[in-house]
Design a binder for this molecule. Sequence first.
Ligand code: ADP
Ligand code: MG
Ligand code: MG
Length: 881
Amino acid sequence: MADLLGGKGANLAEMTRLGLPVPPGFTITTEACRSYLRTGREPETLREEIADHLAALERRMGRRLGRGEDPLLVSVRSGARVSMPGMMETVLDVGLSDTSVRALAGQAGDDRFAWDSYRRLIQMFGRTVLGIDGSHFDAALAAARREEGVDTDADLPADRLRALVEEFKRVTRDRGGREFPQDPREQLALAVDAVFDSWNTDRARRYRRQEHIPDDLGTAVSVCAMVFGNLGPDSGTGVAFTRDPATGRPGVYGDYLRNAQGEDVVAGYRNTVPLAELERIDPDSHRRLTGIMATLEQHYLDLCDIEFTIERGTLWMLQTRVGKRTAAAAFRIAAEFAERGVIDDDEALRRVDGAQLAQLMFPHFDPAHRGEPAARGIPASPGAAVGAAVFDSARAAARAARGERVVLVRQETNPDDLDGMLAAEGVLTSRGGKTSHAAVVARGMGRTCVCGADTVAVDEAARRAVLPGGAVVEEGDVISVDGTDGSVHLGEVPVVPSTVVEYFENGGVVRDGDTGGTGPAGDGALVRAVDRLLRHADRRRVLGVRANADTGGDARRAARFGAEGVGLCRTEHMFLGERRRLVERLVLAGTDREREEVLAELLPLQRADVTDLLTAVDGRPVTVRLLDPPLHEFLPDLTELSVRVALGGDGEGDDARLLRAVRRLHEQNPMLGLRGVRLGLVVPGLFAMQVRAVAEAAADLRAAGGDPRPEIMVPLVATVRELEIVREEAERVVADVAAHRGPVPTVPVGTMIELPRAALTAGEIAGAADFFSFGTNDLTQTVWGFSRDDVEGSFFGGYLERGVLPASPFETIDPAGVGTLVRTAARTGRATSPDLGLGVCGEHGGDPASVRFFHEAGLDYVSCSPFRVPVARLEAGRAAV
Ligand code: ADP
Ligand code: MG
Ligand code: MG
C-alpha cells in the first residue's frame, strides 16, 4: 500500500505483520496530505482520526503522550511512495515539555538523556515547524562543546544540556516568533502539518524534477512510539544493508553508533563503527539483527536497507526498504538471485536497466586509489575525467591543443563554452542541475560532467576554486571528476577500463571467480551477471539489434557487442580524406565524359569499402545508405576559398572554377537543401555508381563462397516518385552486374523515413520500398523544426529547466509527436506491403526509453552505435518481459 502509506509507512506495517520488533504507531495517508496541499487546510476529520489513533496507541502502550510518570514520546515521520532521501522532514521526541522532561529523566534514571532528547526536539521543531535556520542551533551547540572542552554532543553533561534547552527556547522565541509549545498534542498537530508542508520545499521540488517524480503524490506521515538509542553505552542506532550496495557482494554491511539517536549516524559528525563491531559490543542484538535481515531479504526477495535502534539491549526496527544500489550491484544482485532460483530471469531482467549497463561500459576510477572525495556534485554525464583544472574555455581549448588533458571548471557554462567543453576531458560546474547547459551539452558530446557542486567556490576571474575542506585548486592543478557518482577528487586518480567492455571485446569470455579486482563488483562476478542477463534478454526480445557502422572494423566490433548486422552504413564517410579531390572534380565536371571518368575512379574505391563491410559481417544484413549530405560539405570553405582566389589574382584557374561551384552550391539551410535523394537525382550517375559498387562487391564475395547480404537505402525521400526513380535505376544496375559479372544476391531497396511527408504518405511509399528505416534524428529535427546542431547548446537548457520539454527529443523519442508519425507510417506502410521491413537508425536506437517505444510500435529492429548495442539488447529484452 505504498501509494497510500508511503514507502516508509507501508514497510513499517509489513515488518509489524512479519512479527518483527517495530515500535507501535500509525500512518496518516498521502490522501490526507494531497487534500491538505490542495486546499491549504487539513481534511475535516483528520484531527479527530489522529486523536482516535493516538488514544489507541496510548492504550496499547499504557502511557500517555507527554503526560504522567512515564510519558509516551513519538516521532512524526515523512515518507512518500518513492523514497526521496533527506528531502523531507521528520520530528523526533514529540511530547517532551518542561514537565515531561523531568518525568522522562526519572523513568530512565538518566537526566542527561532526558535533556538531550528535549533539546533535540526543540531544535528539530524549530527548524521544521517554525522554519528557523538550523545554524542558530548549531552555533549554540558548538559553543557549548567548546566551553565544556568536549568533542561531541554525546559528551555534554546534563546541566549543560539543560542550559541549552533554555537557549534553544530563546532562539525559538526570537527567530520563530512564538514560544515552544508545551502542549504535546499541539506539538503533534503542528509537526504533522510541517511534514505535509515539507513536500513542497524548494529542495524537494528540485529533487523531484531531477528524478522525474510527479509533484502530486504527496507524503504520508508515520507517527511512531519513540525508542531510544541515546540511553547510554548499551544503546545505539545504526543503518545496515543486507548486502554490499556498492558491489552487490553477499554479506551484511552497515554502520553503528553507540549512545546516539536517529540522524546522528548519517549526519557524519561522529565516527560510526562497522556493523561487525556490534557483534563484539552486543552479540545478542547482533545475532537478532542478522536474523531479521535474512528474513527481510527472504520476504522482499531483494537487497534491503534498514534503520535500527538498540535501547538498553533491546533491538527495534525503524525502517526498511528495497535498497538503492550502484549499477554494478544491481546486475550482480539480480543475476545471483536468479541463479539461486529466488527470482526468475524475467524478474532479474526487470531489476536492471540499460542506463545502468551503459554506466558499466565507461572507464571508472580505481576504487582502491580514490579515497574520500574532496567535493560532490550532481552526476550529470558518466565517465572518469582526469586533467588540469582550467577556468575558462579559451584557455582550456588552447591547453588541450598543446596535448594537455584538461577539466573545464566553471560556475556554469553557456554556449560560448562549447569549444572548451569539446576540448576538455570533463566538465565541473558549481551551479545548475541535471538539465543545466553543462549537463545537457556534455551528455550530448559524451563528455564526463559533474554539475551543481555547490560546495565548490569557483572564482573564474581569479582562476581558482576553493573546495569545502579549504583546499584550493589553481589553474593547472590536476583534478579527477567522476561523472558516474558526482565525486570530485584532488590529484590524479588512476582510471581502469570497463571490465564489461573487455568482456565484449574478448568475444564474451567470462573469467572465473570473484577476483575482487579493480572492477566495480569484483570483475568475474559482475561480468558473469551481465552475461547471464544479456543472454536472457536475447532469448526474450523480439526486436532485432543492428549497429551503425561505416567500416569493417566498426562492424566487427559491433558484432562482438552482439549486433545482428549493420543497419546503417553512411557512405559519406567514404568520400573524405584523399577522396575529397575526386568529389571536387565531380562537382566541377563540365561534361558527361569528365563526370563519368571521376565516377569510374570512385567505383573501385567504393567497392573496396563495401567489400570490407560485407566481409566483416558475412551472412548478416548490411544496409548501405546512398550519399546523404549536401555536396558542399566535401568542398573547401567558402570564405577561405574566396581569400585564396582573391590573393591568387587569377580569375580563371581551378580555384576560381571551384569557387564558382561552391558559390552555386552554397545554401542558407543546407540541411533542408540539395542533399539525400535530391542529390542522386541531380548528379547523374552518382547513385548508380554506388549501387554498382555494392552489387559488384556482393557478386564477387558470392563467387568466393561468401554470403553477402547488402541492402540499399535511399535517404531523405519525401515522395514515392523519388524512390521509384532511384529504384528503377538500381534494379537496372544490379541486373547489368548480374549479367556481366556473375550472380548477385537479391538486393532489397528501401528508404529512410525522416521527413514528415514521407511518414504521412508511407502507404504510397511502401509500394516502392522493401523496407523503411526511420531516421529519427532528421525526423525529430523536421517535426519539431529544431536544428539539431544548434538547439542543444542554446535554449534547450532553459526549456528543460522550465519543463517545456521533459527530455531532449534528440535523446529520447518524443512519443506524442515524432512517435505518432512513426506508428502511423509503420501501420500504413504495412497495410500496403505486409512484408515491409521496419527499422530505426539514429541515436534513439540506443536510448533505453526509445527502444521500449520501438518495441511497442512493432518495428523489426533498431540500429545504434556499436557501443550502445548491448544497451539496446538489454532494453529490447526488458520491453518484452
Ligand atoms: P528519513 O526518511 O530521513 O530517514 P526517518 O523518518 O526515517 O527519516 O527518521 C529520521 C531518523 O530518526 C532515522 O534515523 C530514524 O531511524 C529515526 N527515528 C524515526 N522514528 C524513530 C522512533 N520512533 N524512535 C527512534 N528513532 C526514530
Ligand atoms: Mg529513515
Ligand atoms: Mg538523415
